[in-house]
Design a protein around this ligand. Structure first.
Ligand code: ATP
Ligand code: MG
Length: 649
């Protein structure tokens, strides 16, 4: 692969803020390295030791059985995931708040651990009453209301496999996923709220169920009170079931490898895959990383803004924090409703100390401007996190200065639905950060940047991010398609896990994830990453967001096409277009000079906020899209982009 030398690689590391470091669990790179090396030398010893943070009904007899690419962790161990998240905390923390929930309309609820436990027990009994057995799959299609985590924990309690389908998906996307997982039961709500509007979930669920013969019952939470169609015998109100259910539901014991859930990847790259996670290894991964990466304390107020429809919500709003007995904030609605300071208002109201959000969200906050933030007291914050996409250095610095007041470390956490838990991230009291780099692998994770032959690339060269050893929270298979599991993840470089992400490693061993392998652009024999060009664009004062794709070019192989949105106060013009092209050429080199810059009001994103470059590539190439758009948040965006291209040409 070609070498290039992004300017970001020469940045000086930023040490952990001193006040944070003073109180942190791990306080220096040396301490990190000691732990890292211990895990590397004896992974089974290390993970066996970590696994003691779980509450076992029977301890594991064997730590790992590894028949590439199939791993079994903690064999012989028995536990109950819901017991680990709830029951075991009751002796000391029954009255500690487990969950603060805020509705979009401002209504609040709070649940202590005792109250959450009671609701979960009742709903678990309701599920048992409906004939749900361990190993059955239960589809969950719900808004961000407390019944969502309750449903998950109730499934886990009785050994049913939950399959959460994000509440913004269409009927087709929903029925595809229900059919693939062969779910018997569907849990939904009459509706949800988004920016003040009702999202008719039950209506969509009904349409999906028509195409899904496996569905026997639909349990419906009353959220909006709107009229909904009802099929007697099939449809049941959640509140009726809960009212009749006993709150006594002992947690049975399950094997460490009992399946916990299926979660379909967001589909930014095509047909969704049902990633299967199992009990003990997954829970350990979520719990261990929540402790270590957030440096979690007993008195933290922790807020992960992700929807539970995505893996981040599973691992870092439900399983990781609850296993750690944390106090969590959960918010139902949109960040800009009723105004663009809703998040800052929530931080101020609950005195949030740990805030974990997406890189895309950070860029949106930055584009909305600092006035929204200045109105609020954010002094309770002590740690910030990002996930989901590479965060460009300009957005990182803004996050650090404006939101974190330079006192909060930022953990840029790299991981995937498939990895179950964070894999590469700074440890906030120990790792000096470099804006834009997820820094170093966590203890227990062996990550490397390699060529397709498996050779480590030199610092500053682009390669493939791979993971060499199995880890407890890794996916066990693709549900119903083990061949695809082997092919997609374990055969590109035989015997190692292929992440599908392109990355670089710098001279300090820091990893810079550049984006998906498909997002690497080849211009005249040089490899450039979309992310690097986007980062250059966003460093221009007029640009809020940028997405860069390639279109085929007869001479150069591929030509660079940039889609940009502007910050408030800037207007698009031919002069600005020329200026942006020059800006990229000057920042990265003339090899990266864009062939086109197109202005847009919005970029097409998945509902988890990721830019769908696959669709932009189609727009750039053909002027429209024909591929799967079921994961797109707003279809109108594509029509506008295609129209804008024609207007301007
Ligand atoms: P699909 O696999 O269906 O295309 P997806 O990859 O977007 O969907 P996720 O599993 O939620 O679904 O996202 C994982 C991906 O997100 C990673 O492979 C990587 O490309 C990107 N990512 C996550 N965190 C980071 C990060 N901190 N830095 C850079 N990239 C990140
Ligand atoms: Mg992926």
């Amino acid at each position: 692969m070609q070498e290039f030398d992004p300017k970001i690689l020469n940045e000086k590391p930023i040490p952990p803020p001193a006040e944070f470091q003073r109180r942190a669990r791990l306080r220096s790179l040396d301490e990190y390295r000691k732990l890292y090396d211990r895990a590397k030398i004896d992974p089974e010893g290390f993970w066996g030791e970590q696994a003691k943070m779980l509450d076992w009904f029977a301890p594991p007899k064997k730590i790992l059985e590894w028949n590439v690419p199939h791993a079994k962790w903690f064999l012989g161990g028995k536990l109950n995931v819901s017991h680990n998240c709830l029951d075991r905390h009751l002796a000391k923390s029954a009255n500690k708040i487990a969950l603060y929930w805020e509705a979009e309309d401002g209504k609040h609820l709070k649940f202590t651990y005792a109250q959450l436990h009671e609701r979960v027990c009742k709903f678990a009994n309701a599920l048992l009453g409906l004939g749900v057995k361990d190993g059955d799959s239960v589809a969950v299609y719900m808004p961000m209301i407390p019944e969502l985590p309750i449903a998950l924990l109730a499934c886990a309690r009785i050994g049913a496999i939950h399959s959460v389908i994000f509440g913004g998906f269409s009927a087709t996307a929903l029925s595809d996923r229900i059919s693939d997982a062969k779910s018997k039961l569907l849990i939904t709500a009459d509706g949800g709220y988004r920016r003040g509007h009702v999202v008719p979930l039950k209506e969509t669920a009904d349409k999906a169920a028509e195409a899904c013969p496996s569905i026997e019952k639909i349990v419906v939470v009353k959220r909006t009170g709107e009229n909904v169609a009802w099929k007697n015998g099939r449809d049941l109100w959640w509140h009726d079931l809960e009212a009749k259910a006993s709150s006594n539901c002992p947690a049975p014991s399950f094997d460490a490898e009992h399946p916990l859930y299926i979660l379909y990847t967001s589909g930014t790259t095509g047909k969704p895959k049902g990633v299967l996670h199992t009990s003990a290894g997954y829970l350990l991964g979520a719990m261990y990383t929540t402790q270590l990466v957030f440096d979690l304390r007993d008195d933290d107020i922790y807020w992960c803004t992700a929807d539970i429809g995505w893996v981040t919500g599973h691992s870092y709003l439900v399983y990781g924090p609850l296993a750690n007995c944390a106090t969590c904030v959960m918010y139902e609605g949109a960040p800009d409703f009723p105004k663009k300071d809703r998040f800052w208002e929530i931080i101020e109201r609950y005195k949030v100390s740990i805030f974990y959000s997406s890189a895309t969200a950070v860029r949106a906050f930055m584009a909305w401007g600092n006035d929204w933030i200045a109105k609020h007291d954010l002094s309770s914050l002590r740690l910030l996190g990002t996930v989901g996409e590479p965060i460009n250095p300009a957005a990182w610095k803004w996050y650090f200065e404006v939101i974190g007041g330079k006192r909060c470390p930022i953990v840029d956490t790299w991981w995937q639905t498939e990895t179950g838990a964070m894999m590469i991230s700074p440890l906030p009291g120990a790792t000096p950060t470099k804006p834009g780099s997820a820094t170093l692998p966590l203890p227990g994770v062996v990550a490397r940047v390699a060529t397709l032959k498996g050779e480590t690339v030199k610092p500053g060269e682009t390669g493939y991010l791979i993971i060499e050893k199995p880890w407890p929270s890794m996916l066990r298979t693709i549900f119903g398609d083990d061949e695809r599991f082997k092919r997609d993840y374990w055969s590109r470089i035989p015997g190692v896990y292929f992440t599908g992400d392109a990355a670089q490693c710098d001279a300090d061993g820091y990893i810079w994830v550049l984006g998906r392998v498909d997002d690497v652009i080849k211009v005249a024999g040089h490899r450039l990453s979309s992310m690097e060009i986007e980062s250059a664009l966003v460093s221009h004062p007029a640009v809020a967001e940028a997405a860069v794709v390639a279109r085929p070019d007869e001479i150069k192989g591929e030509a660079i096409v940039c889609f940009v949105t502007l910050r408030s106060g800037h207007n698009h013009s031919a002069a600005l277009r020329v200026a942006l092209i020059e800006h990229v050429a000057v920042t990265i080199g003339s090899i990266a000079r864009p062939a086109e810059v197109r202005f847009a009001d919005l970029l097409p994103k998945t509902r988890s906020g990721k830019i769908m470059r696959r669709l932009l590539r189609e727009v750039a190439e053909k002027g429209g899209v024909s591929g799967d758009t079921t994961t797109l948040e707003d279809m109108a965006v594509i029509q506008k982009l295609a129209a804008a291209a024609i207007d301007e040409d």
